[in-house]
Design a protein around this ligand. Structure first.
Ligand SMILES: Cc1ncc(C[n+]2csc(CCOP(=O)(O)OP(=O)(O)O)c2C)c(N)n1
Length: 288
């Protein structure tokens, strides 16, 4: 399930399809949240190309129904490897064919109506093996820990998730933390976590969060120091603006492994991240 499924009206139809057929759902990063990850048929989301926990689903699958998926949002060779899984492409336009993405069938049209027709076609798949698979993926994700030294990106994900309220937007720039958010942020809807794994351009996160704030949404930008420097000038609140994003700042390496203050213990760094985000000025509606 890819970015095309994140459009209004698709999610509830997909749930009906899943409930009727027993099909399980694996999201790309950009399709995350269309089906809640707590749903019994969710096999969670793809994080990094490979190896990743959710890839276990693709290693054992017999068929992929690619709903609203575009190859540029998660390279097909990264999930196909040498498996050469048969693919049914379901989207509003023809497949952009490339190595690893040569669908046997294409269902072209409005996604909502294609999903409805699939749901009514009387299909049914066994769910016992996917139940086991889901338990295994969830157990692996729950056992996962971030880097040992000081603050790790998983802490940031947990704090962002704890503070998240309905309607809030978390906008990710492009850095290694995106993988941790893709794996662990429990997106309640497809627009709670906004990221771009297609063009994957650094500098987009802060702009996205600022745009969301201007639309009256409480927003949080998660940005690496590199990404921040690419777009930092949009951050400075202008005198015209009554409120703007306030900074939370940690310096990391590009691997995300060492954070400044590495001599402090993890618990104290975790609480620093929490209080930094919690004390950040909520973005209010800004006068245009
Ligand atoms: C405009 C642009 N240039 C280069 C890249 C390639 N790139 C992806 S992540 C990355 C490093 C990001 O560093 P930072 O923002 O500090 O985040 P970190 O991964 O260190 O947490 C680079 C150079 C990109 N995605 N976009």
């Amino acid at each position: 399930m890819g970015s095309g499924a994140a459009n209004p009206g698709v999610g509830e139809r997909l749930l009906r399809l899943v409930d009727r057929t027993g099909l399980s759902v694996l999201a790309t990063q950009m399709g995350k949240g269309v089906v809640a990850e707590g749903h019994a048929r969710s096999l969670r989301s793809l994080g990094i190309h490979r190896p990743d926990h959710a890839h276990m689903a693709l290693d054992r699958a017999d068929l992929v129904v690619a709903l609203g998926y575009q190859p540029n949002e998660h390279p097909p060779l990264a999930w196909q490897q040498d498996r050469n899984l048969p693919v049914v492409h379901v989207n509003d336009s023809s497949a952009k064919r490339e190595a690893g993405y040569q669908p046997e069938f294409e269902v072209i049209g409005r996604l909502e109506s294609s999903i409805d027709q699939l749901a009514d076609a009387g299909l049914g798949v066994a769910t016992d093996w996917t139940d086991e698979l889901r338990n295994e993926i969830v157990a692996r994700l729950e056992a996962e820990e971030g880097p040992e030294d000081c603050v790790d990106p998983l802490d940031v994900v947990r704090v962002a998730a704890d503070l998240h309220q309905p309607g809030d937007v978390v906008a990710l720039d492009n850095g290694v933390y995106r993988i941790w958010f893709a794996r662990h942020f429990p997106s309640p809807d497809p627009h709670a976590l906004i990221l771009d794994n297609a063009t994957a351009s650094m500098g987009a996160g802060l702009a996205t969060a600022t745009a969301a704030a201007r639309l009256g949404r409480r927003s949080l930008a998660v940005v690496g120091d590199g990404g921040l420097l690419m777009n930092v000038r949009i951050w400075c609140p202008s005198p015209r603006h009554s409120a703007g994003p306030a900074p939370g700042w940690h310096r990391s390496t590009s691997s995300g492994r060492r954070w400044r203050g590495g001599d402090r213990d993890r618990a104290s760094c975790s609480s620093t991240v929490r209080s930094t985000i919690a004390s950040t000025t909520p973005c209010r509606r800004i006068a245009p």
